[in-house]
Design a protein around this ligand. Structure first.
Ligand code: HSE
Length: 412
């Protein structure tokens, strides 16, 4: 059996490197007598590259070659990845993808096409980089009703927040370092605005709860508004700020799903997840909480998940794996304003004591926070838990309160 790679960037080159490095054991685990890399598709030429002889510039060479049974898509982006992957599946080839955007937007359609063609469409690397999460949820935890998933799903933002909090590095310098290390997306706005984490939680929500969840149905906030003052208040509250992607089952036909920065207690396992590491907490009705942790981005960690999928496709070349989810349904993702949370609020006021008094009166009880070096007119507090929409209405009703920051507070 032959393999082709489409997209020879950070992840694609990592796949070729790992596939060749551990080739003997990979072939033996694949149960095939032969598993060879035949083509690498890219629009660029790679003079002097060890696999220069495998580079092709025309996708039709791969699609029309009956010897190619498995195609790896590590191009990223929706187009032309979607067209190329569809054509490969149509041609009866199994496809392995690391492309979060493709799976989040076209996953249901591509899974259905793979089923029709009796081939596999696998995407372990699309969530959590090298961390096993798709297969554990669909296989190892299959006996559970999954109740909730919460995770740090973007390595770049976690890396930036860690460098800001621990090393006092500027946002821009930390982002540049993440780009140099190959963690960031081609357009890093997708990382820092939360879009990448949103795509990943859509994939997990679809997998856990059985209906396709589209990114545009998920409320998403990034980390660009987080200040060092907020970081300090989180510390004084007893935790850290993390970009959390979460989804929760409400009933058969409704879920919550959201991406936003959040205060996480230092006692929660997610609080200790630093640098490019990702962690995903899965709550099942039989297992309770289980946490998956590891490198969420980077060349070889991501290649590790891709190559494992190649092996799985090769092993299941005669009999397709049964795997996937159903169509999207309207109003399936309920507004985040219905969800229960507490809110951290930071604001400025000349009469800060009086303002805090009014806030306490409206909420019944608040937890006031302090930080060293705070200006005299700065206040910060945490509200009691309640429906987010109701908490925000109360905030809006307080005369003289114009919040500089409002951040959700988790109860993990
Ligand atoms: N840009 C992504 C991240 C790459 O930083 O997590 C892995 O999906």
């Amino acid at each position: 059996m032959y393999v082709a790679i489409m997209g020879y960037g950070v992840v694609g080159s990592g796949v070729a490197e790992l596939f060749m490095k551990n080739h003997e054991s990979i072939v033996s685990k694949s149960t095939q007598s032969k598993l060879e890399l035949k083509y690498i598709l890219d629009i660029r030429d790679f003079k002097g590259d060890p696999y220069e002889d495998k580079i092709v510039n025309d996708v039709n060479i791969i699609i029309n070659d009956p010897e190619v049974g498995i195609v790896v898509e590590t191009m990223g982006g929706l187009h032309p990845a979607y067209e190329f992957v569809s054509s490969c599946l149509e041609a009866g080839k199994s496809v392995v993808s690391s492309n979060k955007e493709l799976v989040a937007v076209k996953g249901r359609e591509l899974l259905a096409l793979a089923e029709k063609k009796n081939v596999n469409f696998l995407f372990e690397a699309s969530v959590g980089g090298g961390i096993p999460i798709i297969r554990p949820i669909s296989q190892c935890l299959a006996a559970n009703e999954i109740e909730e998933v919460a995770g740090i799903l973007n390595g770049t933002t976690n890396f930036i927040l860690t460098k800001m909090i621990s090393d006092g590095m500027s946002f821009e310098a930390a982002l540049k370092l993440a780009q140099e290390n190959g963690y960031a997306e081609r357009n890093p706005a997708a990382d820092v605005e939360g879009t990448d984490a949103c795509r990943k939680i859509c994939i997990l929500a679809s997998l856990c709860f059985g209906k396709h969840v589209y990114p545009d149905s998920v409320h998403t906030e990034g980390i660009t508004a987080i200040t060092l003052a907020d970081v300090e208040y989180a510390r004084s509250w007893g935790g850290v700020i993390k970009l959390i992607a979460c989804t929760k089952r409400i009933d058969e036909n409704h879920i919550y799903a959201m991406v936003s920065p959040a205060f996480v207690s230092k006692h929660c396992q997610l609080a200790g997840v630093d640098d490019v590491f990702n962690a995903i907490l899965v709550r099942g009705d039989a297992i309770g909480d289980v946490v998956f942790y590891g490198r969420g981005a980077g060349k070889l960690p991501t290649a590790s998940a891709v190559v494992a999928d190649i092996i799985d496709c090769a092993k299941h070349s005669a009999r397709k794996k049964v795997f996937g989810w159903g169509d999207a349904v309207p109003d399936y993702v309920v507004s985040h304003l219905e969800n229960e949370t507490a809110l951290y609020v930071r604001a400025f006021s000349e009469a800060s004591d009086k303002l805090l008094g009014r806030c306490a009166a409206v909420f019944g009880k608040i937890e006031t926070l302090a930080r060293e070096g705070a200006p005299d007119d700065e206040i910060a507090f945490v509200t009691p838990r309640g429906k987010e929409g109701e908490l925000r209405e109360k905030l809006a009703s307080i005369a003289g309160l114009e919040p500089a920051s409002v951040i959700r507070v988790t109860d993990y």
